[in-house]
Design a binder for this molecule. Sequence first.
Ligand SMILES: [Ca+2]
Ligand SMILES: [Ca+2]
Length: 236
Amino acid sequence: MTIYFSDDFETGDMSKWTATEGTPDVVSTISYQGSYCCRIDADNEGARYNLGQTLSICFLKANVYFDNLLTVNAYRTYILRIGQDATYWGYPLIGMIYNNNGTVVWGLRDDYYNNQWLSTVQVQTHKWYEVQLEYSGTPALYVNGTQVITGTSKPPKCTRIGIGGSNAERITFYIDNVIVSNTLIASVYSVTRMLTLLHSSNQYICRNLVSGYDVGVVFLRIESVPSNIPFDLEMI
Ligand SMILES: [Ca+2]
Ligand SMILES: [Ca+2]
C-alpha cells in the first residue's frame, strides 16, 4: 500500500494542504481521534492537496461527523473530492450527501460528466462515519466499510484530492483522519466486527478479515479488544 497523503489535523492547522478554500478551521471541540479535526460550515469551503502525479486509481478515506443535515430537496454537500483541479473546483469525483425528497442519503457525483448516483443509505447527525471514495474504472463510495453506491463515469485525470466544496445550505460538519492510498483502505468497522466475533467465540482463525482484502486464512493472537481504534494485530 502506498500512502500519498494523510492528515489527522493534530498540527492544529491546515498546513499539510496545498491550499484551503474559504475558511475551514481546525477545532478542538470535537475529534474522531486525537484533539483536533477540521470544521466546514460554509459554501465552497474546504481544502485540496496536489498529489504531484497523475494516478489511475486512488482511494480517499476520512471520518466525518454532521452537526446538522440538508433540509432542502435536491441540495447537496460535498465531503470528499478526487480528480483534476485545473479550474477552481476542478470537476472532481465527489463523495457527498444529498437531500432526496426529504431523505438525506449518501451519494456519488461525477462533476466532469455531470452524473450522480444516490444510495438508499440515510445519513444521521451526531455520529462519526468512516467514508471512502474510490477513483477507478468503477468509482464507488463506501460508508462504514460497506460499498453503498457505484458510478459509471469519472473525471479523466486524478491529480488532486480535496475535502469539502459545494455546501449551499451551509451545514456544519467535521472531518478527521484523511488518508489517500492506492488501494482500498481497511475499514475499522470490518475489523472491529470480526474481532468481536472472534473474542466472543474464542476462535482465532478467520477468512477475509478485512473488507476488500483477500488475505485467505490468518491466525491471530488477540491481545485485547480495544474500545477505540486503531489497534495492533499480531501475526502468529
Ligand atoms: Ca484528529
Ligand atoms: Ca468556516
